[in-house]
Design a protein around this ligand. Sequence first.
Ligand code: CO
Length: 496
Amino acid sequence: MSTFEQLKTEAQRIADVKYAAAVLNWDMEINMPANGVEARSRQLATLSGIAFEMGTSEKFSNLLQAAKDDASLDALQKRNVELLWSDFQKAKKFSQEFVEEMSMTVSQTFAAWEHAKKANDFSLYAPQLEKMIALKRKQAEIIGYEKHPYDALLDDYEPGMTAAVLDEYFNTVRSGLKPLLEKIKAQPQVDNSCLHQHFDRQQQWDYSIAILKQMGYDFGAGRQDISTHPFTTNFAATDVRVTTRINENDMTDCLFSAIHEGGHALYEQGLLTGNYGLPLGEAASLSVHESQSRLWENNVGRALPFWKYNFEIAQKTFPAQFSAISQHTLYKAINRVEPSFIRTQADELTYHFHIMIRFDIEKALMEGTLNVTDLKNYWNEQYQKYLGITPADDATGILQDVHWSHGLLGYFPTYSLGSAYAAQYYRQAEQDIPGLNDLIAKGDNAPLLTWLREKIHVHGRFYNSQDLCEKVTGEKLNFNHFLKYAEDKYSGIYGF
Ligand code: CO
C-alpha cells in the first residue's frame, strides 16, 4: 500500500468514530428520552476521546510524516495531506482531558439550555453557560492568537478570518443596509396576513418533503425529522439528514427551514464519496456552507421565478388559506421586512443585525469585558439599539439560539458572510447558466444544482472560502453584490 493509501485508511477509521458520535448526537436531539442525557454525555465523551487519541497518536503522526515526504503524490493527494497535517498540528495542542471535558460540558450545557428555554428562564442556564465560556477562553489560549482571543475560535469555522476583518465587514453591512431599511420603512408595510392562518401540521410536513425533492435532495441518502432548532448533520455524503420545525400559525417556518437545511444538505450530498474521511471530502468552511443554504432559501426560495412555479402547488396544498390570494401577494408576504425577535425567522435584511449583535457579544465574552450574568440585559439593550425592539421574555430573547450551548462561539458571523457569498454566487450562476430564472420558473432546479456541484461542492476543502469565491466569481467577497440584489428586489416589493 502506498504511503497515501495507508494514511487514508487511518484517516477514515478516525472519521468512522467521529461520525458514529455524530449519529449519537443526532439521536440525542431527535429521539432520546430526557433521562438519557447523562449516559449519552458519557458515551459522546468516550467516543470523542477515542477519535482524539487516534488523531494525535504516534501511528497517525508517522503515517502523516511518510505521506508528507512522499514526492509521488498527485496534487489532490498533496492537498489532502497538507490539510490533515495542519489539522493534526492544531489537535495536538489539546490534552485528552480538555477534549473530554469539552464534550461533557457541551452535553450538559445543551441540556441546561433546553430546560431553561422550556421554563423561559435564563437564570437556569447562566451558571452552565458561564462554565462553557470559561472553557472557550481556555481553548483560545491553548490554540493561541496574535491579536484577539476571538480569532482563535474563528479559525475553527472560517480559516484566516479575524475579529478585525469582521469589524470592518459589519461596518460595511451597517452603513450599506441602514439607508435601504430607511427607504423600506418610509413605504406602506406589506400585508402578510395570508401566512398567519392555521396550517395543518401534516400538510406542512408533506409540502416540505415535496419541496426538498424539487430541490434535488436525495432521500435515498437522507431523511427529514422534527427538532426544536432545525439543523443538518452528515455521517457520509450518502447519509445527510435534515430537520425542520412546524408552526401551525405560520407556514413559512417549516417551509423555509426545510429549504435552508436542504441547501446545506445538497452541499454535503455533493461531496465526493471517494474522499470520505479526508479534508477534500469535507465542506470548505461554515460561510461556504451557509452560502449554499442561503442561496436556496433566499436567492431561489424567496424569489419570483420559484413562486411562478410553486404558487399553484401551494394553492393546491393549502386551498382554504391561499385560493383567494394572488401570486404577488404571497411573494410580497414572504419577503416582508420588519425588525423581529427571532433570528431564524428574520427577513434577509434585518437578519444581518441579529448576527452583528451576537458577534459583538461573543467578542466581549472572550475579551472578558462582558459577564454572563449581564448578558440578558446587554442583549435586550442591543436589540433596542439596532432593531428598536425589546424581547418580552428570555425564550424570544437571549435563550433563542442553541449555538452557545454547543460551544459554538465564532460561528454566528459565518451566517452573515454566507448570505453575502450567496448573493455573489447566485449572480455568477445567472451569468453562467443561460435562462436560469426561466428554468427555475418551470420547476427545473437541476442546472443550478449541477452548477453548484461543479463549481463548489466537488472541491471540498481544496480552496478556503475567499479563494473559492475568487475562483468562481473572479473576485473576493464583495458585500455590494448583496446590496445590489437587495436594492433590486425590495424596490420592487416596496415600490421605491
Ligand atoms: Co444554516
